[in-house]
Design a protein around this ligand. Structure first.
Ligand code: AAL
Length: 393
């Protein structure tokens, strides 16, 4: 007839260590404690389950709204971009960071405008000069500007596919922007075969311009080639994401290693003293074990990262004070796909990154009225800023 356990609830206002715990009656009462308990102190007095141990002793920050690097995400359809009535022939995806220049927001992205929708990676051998294999096959880099980040106007082609045999002649995709000493650099994936033929194989190329409106010059030389045979990034280097730190270009990229076969994503870092290279791959690569498309932004003295989709740590937000050794700071949900932020301090090397409140991403497999699919760029909003009330954000 006696109860087997007591539920102790400790809920003092404002105490981070508030908790409720079921204490079996056999457990000797902690002698010294009066409320409020310090949870970690108390936990030393009896054995912990693996899960409680992780929660109390291994996660360095609270996984809740008080955590600066925790956020959920809100999505808004953007106005002004046309998708050919959703017939699958026009697709936009994988947008760059948003930058503010000449009083306008700019973004660059993959645009495919082909006579027919893609036939799929598994049928890549049947792709032709006009029939795309994947959504980003036969694509070029376009750009759009906006006054408010919600309505965008496409300004046209920024970088076209170069002529054969220059790398990227088949497709260029997934760009990101760097502003460096008053000039602009676009990094993107270069494909020399239809994506899907052997895998999603590509390298990283670069183009440069004096103005965000171009004209852009596609550098003949690759910025970041794939790794040598047997290295983790031997098949593909993707999603280039440039930032600057200590007078160097820090370029993060993904390699879906283990391909062909199970996709096991890793994120690497390559650095250079000049945006056109040569880039040196970091000795600790891959520096993240998870993630797909990449979104990094300076945060305090370090670098924060949205870790999305693939890998054992997907759907987390991570932080590396040294920009190399990342730790999980938050676990979240419904993260943006293919995102990049509006990062006012992306290129200031301030050592005091302020975070982000919005950016752009894409939605894949948007179904049109005739049942065909394409990708669309959307806006996301979040709360990953230390200056939420700063009107410049
Ligand atoms: C995206 C990105 C890269 C891939 C493909 C187009 O999710 O990771 O850009 O190559 O898919």
């Amino acid at each position: 007839g006696l109860p087997k356990a007591l539920i102790i609830a400790v809920l003092p206002k404002g105490e981070e260590d508030s908790f409720a715990v079921i204490v079996p009656l056999k457990t000797p009462k902690p002698k010294t404690k009066t409320f409020p308990y310090q949870l970690t102190e108390y936990s030393k007095q009896r054995p912990l389950s693996a899960a409680t141990d992780r929660a109390l002793n291994q996660f360095p920050t609270p996984l809740n709204a008080e955590n600066e690097l925790y956020s959920q995400f809100r999505y808004t359809k953007i106005e002004g971009l046309d998708y050919a009535g959703g017939d699958g022939t026009v697709s936009r995806r994988d947008p760059s960071k948003v930058i503010l220049e000449n009083g306008k927001y700019y973004m660059w992205y993959t645009k495919r405008d082909t006579p027919v929708p893609p036939i799929g990676a598994s049928r890549a051998a049947q792709a032709t000069d006009t029939i795309p294999a994947t959504d980003w096959d036969l694509a070029d880099i376009f750009y759009a500007t906006s006054k408010d980040g919600f309505t965008w106007e496409e300004q046209g082609l920024a970088v076209p596919r170069p002529a054969k045999p220059t790398p990227g002649w088949r497709a260029i995709a997934t760009p990101d922007i760097l502003k460096w000493k008053g000039k602009f650099y676009l990094y993107y994936q270069t494909f020399d075969e239809p994506s899907g033929l052997r895998g999603d194989y590509c390298s990283i190329g670069v183009a440069y311009a004096d103005s965000p409106d171009g004209p852009w010059t596609h550098a003949e030389k690759l910025a970041v080639p794939t790794g040598a045979k047997g290295e983790w990034d031997q098949f593909a280097v993707q999603d280039p994401t440039p930032l600057d730190k200590d007078g160097k270009v820090y370029l993060y990229y993904k390699a879906a290693f283990n391909r062909p076969g199970t996709v096991w994503s890793g994120i690497g870092l390559a650095t250079a003293s000049d945006p056109l290279g040569p880039f040196e791959k970091h000795e600790l690569n891959p520096i993240q074990n998870s993630g797909h498309e990449i979104c990094f932004f300076p945060f305090k003295e370090g670098l924060a990262s949205l870790v999305i989709r693939d890998g054992p740590e997907h759907f987390t937000i991570q932080y590396a004070e040294d920009w190399v050794n990342f730790e999980i700071k938050a676990i979240t949900e419904m993260m943006p796909i293919g995102p990049n932020g509006y990062i006012p301090d992306a290129f200031t090397d301030s050592k005091n990154g302020r975070g982000i409140t919005w950016g752009v991403c894409h939605f894949r497999n948007v179904r049109g009225p005739t049942g065909k699919f394409h990708s669309e760029i959307a806006r996301f909003d979040c709360d990953l800023s230390l200056d939420l009330h700063d009107p410049s954000l």
